[in-house]
Structure formats: structure tokens, C-alpha cells
Write a protein that binds this ligand. Structure first.
Ligand code: 13P
Length: 300
């Protein structure tokens, strides 16, 4: 029996659902009940009727699923699949920053721990950050945590001043202007699409700036035939599968997130068999974090 069939069989038996982020390896993408960006996956985690959610992504994503569905079992197939960007925001430091800006609205990018979300007023993903910020009352101070580049991009797009944290995604930091410029020279007809976690001087070279969900939509709707993609390389598998007539070139070959690559089919099967690694969130933190996530999901 093929490993994919074993997973399918066990999934049915245990009434489980498999949620997969766009950066996962191809064979894991192929067994997804839902393949998507951070926002799609949060929505699905909120509405699923399954008893078990197997989250093929990184820790903060599985945490969101657990916060939104506290009565379900949420499993992360590899417990080491963390997010260095999320780790850059410490709850103690945020407490201090909030104390020096007591009236500020705190917006937490979803790439944060549950402890950070519990201190935030509202969350955002790359898909809705502009919308979330523009809905905040004019004149209000806004703390944006932890991604400085997404924060700077959103500040510019919304014409708002944000108090930025100094965090960054090490994978997106590898997408530097020099390598993008080389690719543009090599593929002059290609449309350059970058993720807003890329640094500002890289974003200057973009034709389009989108999170992973926006990239997929943009490529599908575009008349262009060639694309230079500036985000984690896992998404290229899905882009090619959904757009076989189009060509995709990574903006930077080094943009590989080691955490996203930890999940394999073997670990997914093992996770379902042994019901590991179960996400637990303290009863104090979870309801507070849930307020900020639900507020984001309520925004249209
Ligand atoms: P998306 O919400 O664009 O899928 O991004 C997820 C992420 O973690 C980027 O580093």
C-alpha cells in the first residue's frame, strides 16, 4: 500500500483534516484537504468539523488552528518546525514597548507566538495587512510586530506611521536586489512578483507584491507567460501544477525555509498514527489570543 493511501485511510478512520501551507514540499501539498496561505488556512481551521487537524506548516500556524478550534486535536508532524521570525518577538519586550505607548493599537502579524497574539488588539496576514491597518482609526498610534519589512510596506501603502519591530524572515532576506536584478536581465519579459516580507530595496524591483495567495491569483489572471517569484521556493511546485503553460524562475535559489521542509509524508503518517505532536496552549493565553485572530477574520 502506498504511503499516500495509508494516510488517506487513517485520515478517514480518525475524521482528520490535513491543512497544508503553500511552502510545503510537493508530495505533502498533494495530500492536502486544503492547500493555502496563512489566511485561508486559519479560516478553514475555524470552520472544520473534523476531530483532528494535521497541520503541515510551522508551529505558529498550528497554534492558530488550536486557538480557533480549542476542542479539536491539532497535530504538527514535526515539533521542530518553528518560525525564526515569530521567535524574534518576545512577550516581555512587547510588554515594555506597549508600556511606553499605552494608547497604541497593537497589530500582530500571524507569524508570532500565541503569547504575542494575546497582547495584540488584532492580527493580520500578508493578504489582509493593508486592509487591517487602514481600518484603524486615523491618528491612533500603531505598533506593528514583528516583521519590519511587511510593516514598512504597509505603512507606505496606507500612508500611516507605524511603530515597527525589528524582526525579519531569514528566508525572505536571501532575496536580495542583486540576484533579482540578474534574473530580470536573464528573463526581461518576466513579471517580478515578490512577497512583502522581502526587504524594501528588493521590493523596489517588483512588478507586483503579494502574499502567497495573492501570487497564485495574480499568476492565474495574468497574460504574461514568465514569472520571477520572490518567496519561499515551495510555492513554485503549486504555481507550475496550476499553470503548466507558464514558466517560473525563483528570484533567489537560496530562498528555502528549513522549517517548512521538515514535514514529510512519513511524518504525516506517523503523526496520524501516534497522534503527535499535539499543540497545547495555556488556558490563560488561548482566549486572549483568540480575540485578536477572530477580529482579523471578521474584517471583510
Ligand atoms: P502567506 O500568508 O503569504 O502564505 O505567508 C506565510 C509566511 O509565513 C510567509 O513567511
Amino acid at each position: 500500500m502506498k504511503i499516500q493511501d495509508k494516510i488517506l485511510e487513517l485520515k478517514k478512520k480518525k475524521n482528520a483534516v490535513i491543512l497544508v501551507h503553500n511552502y510545503q514540499i510537493g508530495e505533502v501539498q498533494d495530500i492536502a484537504d486544503l492547500l493555502g496561505d496563512s489566511l485561508d488556512l486559519s479560516k478553514r481551521a475555524q470552520s472544520t468539523t473534523a476531530d483532528i487537524i494535521v497541520f503541515c506548516g510551522v508551529h505558529f500556524m498550528a497554534e492558530i488552528a488550536k486557538i480557533l478550534s480549542p476542542d479539536k486535536m491539532v497535530l504538527l508532524p514535526d515539533e521542530n518546525a518553528g518560525c525564526p521570525l515569530a521567535d524574534m518577538a518576545s512577550p516581555e519586550e512587547l510588554k515594555k514597548l506597549k508600556a511606553s505607548h499605552p494608547d497604541a493599537v497593537v497589530v500582530a502579524y500571524v507569524n508570532t507566538s500565541a503569547q504575542i497574539k494575546a497582547q495584540a488588539d488584532i492580527c493580520c496576514t500578508s493578504a489582509n495587512a493593508i486592509n487591517v491597518i487602514s481600518k484603524i482609526e486615523k491618528g491612533k498610534e500603531i505598533i506593528f510586530v514583528p516583521d519590519q519589512w511587511l510593516g514598512a510596506y504597509v505603512a507606505k501603502k496606507t500612508n500611516r506611521e507605524l511603530i515597527l519591530w525589528s524582526g525579519f524572515c531569514p528566508t525572505h532576506m536571501r532575496i536580495i536586489p542583486e540576484v533579482i536584478a540578474e534574473k530580470k536581465k536573464k528573463y526581461p519579459e518576466a513579471c517580478v512578483i515578490l512577497h512583502p516580507e522581502c526587504r524594501e530595496d528588493s521590493l523596489w524591483l517588483a512588478d507586483e507584491i503579494f502574499g502567497t495567495g495573492g501570487m497564485l491569483k495574480c499568476v492565474k489572471e495574468s497574460n504574461k507567460k514568465e514569472f520571477i517569484i520572490g518567496t519561499e521556493l515551495g510555492i513554485i511546485y503549486r504555481l507550475k501544477k496550476e499553470n503548466p503553460e507558464k514558466e517560473f524562475y525563483p528570484a533567489a535559489e537560496l530562498a528555502i525555509c528549513p522549517n517548512m521542509k521538515l514535514t514529510t509524508l512519513e511524518k504525516v503518517l506517523w503523526s496520524l498514527e501516534e497522534e503527535v505532536h499535539e499543540i497545547q496552549i495555556s488556558k490563560e493565553i488561548s482566549p486572549k489570543a483568540s480575540v485578536a485572530i477572530e477580529k482579523m477574520l471578521a474584517i471583510k
